[in-house]
Each structure stands twice: as C-alpha cells, then as structure tokens.
Design a protein around this ligand. Structure first.
Ligand SMILES: Cc1cc2nc3c(=O)[nH]c(=O)nc-3n(C[C@H](O)[C@H](O)[C@H](O)COP(=O)(O)O)c2cc1C
Length: 332
C-alpha cells in the first residue's frame, strides 16, 4: 500500500485492500456477499476441514456453496497432513475456489487437538511441507494465515514468512498475537513490520482493526500491503468502505443512518433464512441481530425476545419493529 501499487494475490487485484477475515460460524456466503457488496476487497470463507469424511455433512455442503459470489472466491482449509491438505485444496478448486487460504492462525481446540491451525507454527518443517504440497496441488494462488508464533518465547513469524515465500505462497496474513495469547491483550504490530521487511510477497496485517484511524495507524506501523478485519465487521459491514474512504481521502464517512442499519439487517436476515432454511437460519441470525443492535437503545429487550422465537416471520417482525420504534423516536 505504501507505494500506491494495487494489492494483488496472484492474478487477482484486491481493491480496496481491506479484507474480511475467515471466521467459522460467521463468514458464511450471505455475510461474505454482504461485506463484498458494501466494500470489502475480498472475503475469506469459514475454514473447511481437510478430512474428506467430513465433506458430506450439511455444514460442509453449505461451506462449499459459492453460488452468486463475486470473484475471487477465497476458501480457507484447515488440517495437519500435507497430502490431505493438497487433496482438500483440489476439491475446493473443483467447487469454485479461486484462492486457497491455509489456516495456521486459528487457536480453536477443535483444530489444535490434531495439531492444525496455529499449533503448526511449532513445526517449521511441517509448515514447509504443507505449503509446498498445497501450492503444487492447485493452479490457483495459495495464501497462508498465521499468528506471530506459538507463544511469546517462540515468535517465529519471520522464519515462517520466509518458508512460505520459498514454498510459493502468494500472500501472507499475520494476526499480531501468538497462539497462546488467544484473543487476550492488544495485538502487536512490531512482528508484522519485521515480516514485511523480510519478504517480497504481499503481507496482510490482522488484529484489532476496528476503525479507519486504527487501520491507518496499523498500515503506518507495519508497512503492510492490506488489512484483514474480523471482529470489527461483526454487525458492521460498513467498516470496509469507511476504512477505504479514510485511507483514500483522510475523511471519515458518516455512520449509517438507523434506517439503513435496519434495512441492511433485514436483508441479511432474508439471505440467512434462504441459505440455511427454516430453523437453522433463525438460530444463525440471532448473533448477527445482537451485533447489529448492541449499541442501540433497547437492544437487551430485543435480544431477550429474539431468543424466545423460533420462526422466521416472528424474528423478522421483532427486528422490523425495533428499528421502526427507533425511527419513530428520532422523528418525535
Ligand atoms: C468467531 C471467530 C471465528 C474465527 N474463525 C477463524 C477461522 O475459521 N480461521 C481463521 O484463520 N481464523 C479464524 N478466526 C480469527 C480471525 O480470522 C482473525 O484472525 C482474528 O479474529 C483477529 O482479527 P480481528 O481482531 O480483526 O478480529 C476467527 C475469529 C473469530 C472471532
């Protein structure tokens, strides 16, 4: 970003260089499409497991559904075995993936119990083997997502970055925490700056970017080519455009009006109902409703009511009434 050149992952131009992070249980197709429509330059899917015995579940089927998604479609894979990861990459490319992202950033127990996700950072030879196997398996660019190391005494992100580059990885995302930090404390960006200095491939900075001002500060501190936003996008898909506008002009945009928040959330709910079907759509929607509404007066009451209803029409009506009441109050 520092030299004004567009950010690229292989042949794909990532514009703006502000990317939705992979988040299991969150970055499903409806949320990815919404974030892309509202300004994200790229949106990475929830991780798909590399174990083929899990690909036939309903969960995996939905995770591999990319109908109507804007290119480039980026799919994250998680696992620990180079051959299985290569196989998973091929399978996802056959199902539409145009970028494969390898997960070595997730501290979740489910992944780490089998030494996948960020636990792999302890084993540099295995990191090299996984990267090389996946790069060789597919004709599309492969990216890698890591943390700064396994724990603070083993911050080996610079070594891993060089390994990734040598293996043919097309871009590297670094979350400024170690695996042992989980989500505690503040993300640190010194290691990201060192990574950026050490490699030629694009580096994507991740961790605690929740505002345009923080985005600019992280880019200044790291020299990174792009930013990845996770929790800052929950209930706030406008953040991508806000950051892009601020980086381009130095001006902050107006917050979305209550009317726009309500209309966007209702549209998001309709997409979730259509994608997941009755029952599951309502359950998945609950957390999104909480994220969109948490800063608005009366959200606790709405939250209690939303948790009591099981059908789409009732859930949607509660949300519509919440925003209509807010608008009536504003008008009074
Ligand atoms: C609910 C949730 C699910 C996540 N799932 C994944 C995942 O599947 N793969 C991954 O690499 N990281 C995952 N992460 C980590 C995020 O991609 C990101 O690295 C982290 O949240 C730090 O960025 P942030 O401070 O902008 O949220 C997840 C984070 C959250 C909050």
């Amino acid at each position: 970003m520092d030299n004004g050149a567009p950010m690229r992952i292989g042949p794909h131009r990532i514009d703006p260089p502000v990317i939705l992070a992979p988040m299991a249980g969150v970055t499903d197709r409806p949320f990815r499409q919404l974030c892309r429509r509202l300004g994200a330059g790229l949106a990475v899917s929830e991780m798909t497991h590399s174990d083929p015995s899990l690909w036939h579940t309903e969960k995996s089927r939905l995770r591999m559904d990319h109908r109507g998604e804007a290119a480039p479609i980026a799919v994250q894979i998680a696992g620990y075995d180079p051959d299985m990861m290569a196989n998973a990459a091929r399978h996802n490319v056959e199902h539409g993936a145009q970028i494969i992202d390898i997960n070595m950033g997730c501290p979740a127990k489910k992944v780490c119990r089998v030494d996948a996700g960020s636990a792999l950072l302890k084993d540099e030879a295995l990191v090299a083997a996984i990267c090389a196997a996946v790069v060789a398996a597919v004709p599309v660019p492969v990216t890698l997502k890591i943390r700064t190391g396994y724990d603070r005494s083993r911050r080996n992100a610079v070594a891993i970055a060089r390994i990734a580059q040598d293996a043919g990885i097309a871009a590297l995302t670094v979350h400024g925490r170690t695996r042992e930090d989980h989500y505690e404390g503040e993300a640190e960006y010194e290691t990201l700056a060192a990574v950026k200095q050490a490699v030629r491939i694009p580096v994507i900075a991740n961790g605690d970017v929740t505002s345009p001002q923080k985005a600019a500060a992280v880019l200044r501190a790291t020299g990174a080519d792009a930013l990845m936003i996770g929790r800052g996008a929950l209930g706030n898909p406008w953040i991508f455009n806000e950051i892009a506008t601020y980086l381009a002009t130095g001006h902050t945009s107006l917050e979305p009006a209550l009317e726009e928040v309500g209309a966007t959330l209702l549209g998001h709910l309709d997409e979730l109902y259509a994608f997941y079907g009755p029952g599951r759509g309502v359950r998945v929607a609950r957390k999104h409703i909480q994220w969109y509404c948490q800063d608005h007066a009366g959200s606790e009451k709405l939250w209690l009511a939303v948790n009591r209803v099981e059908c789409e029409q009732s859930q949607r009506a509660l949300v519509a009434e919440f925003f209509a009441a807010g608008l009536r109050k504003q008008a009074a």
